[in-house]
Ligand binder design. Structure first.
Ligand SMILES: [Zn+2]
Length: 231
């Protein structure tokens, strides 16, 4: 499959000779799957929160913060809860949105686009926010999906430590699987706070990534899609 080939190319490509700093600052990544350990879900969510709170408190201690201050006291628990229940909840497959499909009753056979889906993710190299908009499109192979589910699929994959290329491909793969079609497109425009607030400190640049699958991968369809996105 095309995806498998891309994965191999990316794997073979990026690792050799790059330091940890290179990988962080150039936002290289190593695969299309989020790198997870086999035992990722051995601990329950509440055990994870307990553990993260202890470790985050340690980070704050090392930085010299006074954890007896009323304002800081609850921060380790707040961060732990936020990590597991909110901003990294997409790591756990149990949080994957349940999707129901419907017959394409209206026989609508053109592209359907859901545009400007706002998402908040986090860069896996620096753990600071990626803020962006996703545009997703598909052409029905006979089944259709509720519009809000397109949004939920974007949010699920955004709520992981991410790199934008992987986010783009993970959303596309999920839509291809659910909708049983290659005719899927995903475009993401995002701002990476690790680029704007630190490092090279470029506040105006944006990163754009795109996936054009099946019949979307023709200049005609790409132009049509881009015209809709502009309007
Ligand atoms: Zn980063």
């Amino acid at each position: 499959m095309q995806i498998e080939k891309e994965k191999q190319q990316i794997n073979g490509h990026h690792l050799n000779g790059f330091s940890i700093e290179d990988i962080g600052d150039d936002h290289l990544f190593t695969g299309l799957e989020t790198p997870m350990r086999e035992d990722a879900f051995k601990l329950s969510d509440s055990e994870k929160k307990e553990r993260i709170a202890i470790l985050f408190e340690e980070i704050m201690q090392v930085m010299g913060l006074d954890l007896t201050d009323d304002s800081l006291k609850g921060t380790p628990e707040r961060v732990a809860k936020m990590y597991i229940d909110e901003i990294f909840s997409g790591l756990n497959p149990k949080n994957k949105p349940k999707v129901a499909l419907f017959d394409n009753k209206y026989q609508y056979n053109q592209m359907l686009i859901e545009k400007n889906i706002t998402f908040y993710s986090n860069c896996e190299h620096h753990f600071v926010p990626i803020i962006g908009k996703a545009h997703v499109a598909y052409i029905s192979s006979g089944m259709v999906i509720g519009l809000s589910k397109l949004n939920r699929i974007v949010q699920y994959y955004a709520k992981r430590p991410q790199v934008q290329e992987r986010l783009t491909n993970q959303i596309a793969n999920e839509l291809k699987t659910i909708l049983d079609t290659e005719d899927v497109a995903v475009i993401i425009e995002a701002k990476h706070l690790c680029v704007s607030s630190r490092g090279v400190k470029d506040d105006t640049s944006e990163t754009i990534t795109a996936y054009y699958g099946g019949s979307f991968n023709t200049s005609e369809k790409i132009t049509e899609l881009q015209n809709y996105l502009k309007s």
